[in-house]
Design a protein around this ligand. Structure first.
Ligand code: SAM
Length: 238
């Protein structure tokens, strides 16, 4: 999967996207993260990528021409690439969207800044508008990194074990179960004994019950739409 990230601040991406699991995924050629400075597509001598808004008002607006040129350049090889604009006005990002986008071969992520981008970009170029939540950030760079991370995790081979995605919260219908690691006891706090029993059936049952109860407590909305087995209903009632 190739991510083309259009931004005025490419330097923001390197430490986050070149660390840990995403770095390994790039080394294994499972993902390719291509940051593109929109300013490189300006044609005036000051490399101006933003300008005052028509009609007045505070702030600056990212100009249409450099973004059109950058997207046209990326689409030379294939016209059929989704262009995602990160905006607080978009559809709220979730795990299902991450799974769907992970099916694509290439995605263009457009990061707004200042007051956002010229509306003509949104009308003509953008195929999806995505928000990471109901709050406003200074730019689309952090949201783009969030999409790259969540989408990459859905690409086979990126995570060490496919199971680690399957058991995650939101991958299925419910939240993840509680996790413990060594030592067995810390400050008098003990790891539940069932996890040390070596009885895999018992461990699975305990984890399922904990996950169901946690979801009931924290996200009853998820549980209401979950497809629960007879056994799940019994575990919830225990
Ligand atoms: N004036 C814009 C509005 O009210 O919709 C907000 C502009 S915001 C200060 C600058 C840029 O940050 C946006 O163009 C967008 O790319 C990004 N951004 C801010 N909050 C976001 C969010 N919740 N989700 C995705 N992108 C966001």
């Amino acid at each position: 999967m190739k991510f083309d990230i259009l931004t005025l601040f490419p330097e923001m991406f390197s430490s986050v996207l070149n660390s840990s699991i995403l770095n390994k995924a790039q080394e294994k050629d499972l993902i390719d993260i291509n940051t593109i400075n929109i300013r490189d597509y300006t044609t005036d001598k000051h490399n101006q990528a933003d300008d005052y808004p028509y009609g007045g008002g505070a702030g600056m607006v990212m100009k249409a021409e450099p973004i059109f040129r950058a997207v046209d350049d990326l689409k030379l090889a294939s016209r059929d690439i989704a262009v995602i604009f990160l905006t607080p006005q978009g559809d709220t990002f979730n795990q299902d969207m991450a799974k769907e986008f992970a099916e694509e071969k290439e995605l263009i992520l457009l990061c707004g800044h200042y007051e956002g981008v010229d509306q003509r970009v949104r009308d003509e170029l953008v195929t999806h508008e995505v928000s990471i939540g109901d709050y406003v950030l200074t730019g689309g760079e952090l949201p783009a990194m969030i999409l790259v991370d969540a989408i990459s995790r859905m690409i086979p081979g990126v995570l060490g074990s496919e199971e680690s995605a399957i058991q995650d919260s939101f991958y299925g219908d419910i939240l993840d179960y509680p996790q413990y690691t060594r030592p067995q006891e810390y400050k008098g706090l003990k790891v539940p004994s069932v996890l040390l029993s070596g009885d895999h059936a018992k461990v699975d049952r305990w984890r399922r019950k904990k996950a169901l109860k946690k979801t009931l407590l924290k996200r009853p909305d998820l549980l209401a739409n979950a497809s629960l087995s007879k056994e799940d209903k019994l575990l919830l009632a225990e």
